[in-house]
Design a protein around this ligand. Structure first.
Ligand code: CA
Length: 308
């Protein structure tokens, strides 16, 4: 199988004394697993929570055959581990975001809790795949705040869902079929909260993963580096293996919104609908009219020709 190219960067930023973000990966026979976690809590607890999440998720997934179920179980284990740790008085308030890309080429599964993000660059199209589980993002979805207001709101860091905060977490699960050279960016809010989407896109488009990840972290720091900052960039090879998966991809294709599952409550059968890859551009109205006109003209000429 042609190899992936990828890079992982994490940095404390300019304002925080320590780095409570964690990143990690494992290559597997099916592609690989990539994780970003952004921990929270006092003292060292955020750091511990993020580290535990990355470690537990990778441990579960590096040998398991990839599937939506395996991915949910990995999150379930990480949640249980961190929740147990958070019960100690000194760890009060401990929790972490986690965004995980599980490659099962030519497919990808993504599981997500919190306000770290996964983006996909496919050709010219740059898409945010995940929804933030944050107070401001919920207000934006309800139309109560504009994205610009959310960016600077004093509660912009408040997340509404985290691994380890509750006995059960809500996990968003997405699946998609991949194209050659698709490029993923996983990042913490220290990156996406500071840089605009078009800056993220430009870096992914113009540089190989290693340089893109390094540049993005540098840029976030140039813009003040107010938070810990992490970037994981993964580019798929020019050729992908072909094949069908034994499972259906979790996504409500109609709305394209992620399937939301509460850990421990996953149904026997996951919601099943395969997300079709974006369609090739369809015939524009102008082209359709021109073709129609052409048919009319030809028909008119032919009619004239055959008429006695
Ligand atoms: Ca953060």
């Amino acid at each position: 199988m042609p190899s992936l190219s990828f890079a992982l960067e994490t940095h404390p930023g300019r304002k925080r004394p320590k780095n409570e973000d964690a990143v990690g990966y494992a290559l597997t026979p099916w592609g690989g697993v990539f994780v970003v976690a952004d921990g929270m809590g006092g003292h060292r607890t955020g750091e511990v929570a993020a580290g535990l999440a990355v470690e537990a998720i990778l441990k579960s997934l590096k040998e398991a055959e990839p599937s939506p179920k395996a991915l949910l179980e990995a999150f379930e284990r990480a949640n249980a581990l961190i929740y147990a740790e958070a019960q100690r008085p000194e760890n009060r308030g401990m929790g972490t975001t986690a965004t995980c890309l599980l490659l099962d080429l030519p497919y990808a599964l993504i599981a997500h809790v919190g306000d770290s993000r996964a983006y996909l660059l496919r050709g010219e199209e740059f898409t945010l795949l995940t929804e933030d589980h944050s107070w401001v993002a919920e207000r934006v979805r309800q139309g109560l705040l504009s994205p610009e207001e959310a960016r600077t709101h004093r509660w912009r860091n408040v997340i509404t869902n985290a691994l380890g905060s509750f006995p059960q977490a809500r996990v968003d699960l997405l699946g998609l079929k991949l194209f050659p050279e698709d490029t993923f960016l996983l990042c913490s809010d220290g990156l996406s909260g500071v840089l605009e989407d078009r800056t993220l896109k430009e870096a992914l488009k113009n540089f190989p993963p290693e340089e893109a990840a390094r540049r993005l972290v540098e840029l976030a720091n140039e813009w003040g580096g107010p938070d810990n900052v992490s970037a994981v960039v993964v580019r798929l090879p020019k050729e992908l293996p072909q094949g069908q998966r034994p499972y259906a991809l979790p996504l409500e294709a109609a709305q394209g919104s992620p399937v939301r599952l509460k850990l421990g409550e996953e149904p026997e059968e996951l919601p099943t609908q395969v997300l079709e890859p974006p369609k090739r551009p369809r015939l524009s109205w102008r082209d359709a009219l021109l073709i129609l006109l052409w048919i009319v003209v030809v028909a008119y000429i032919l009619l004239g020709y055959f008429r006695p």
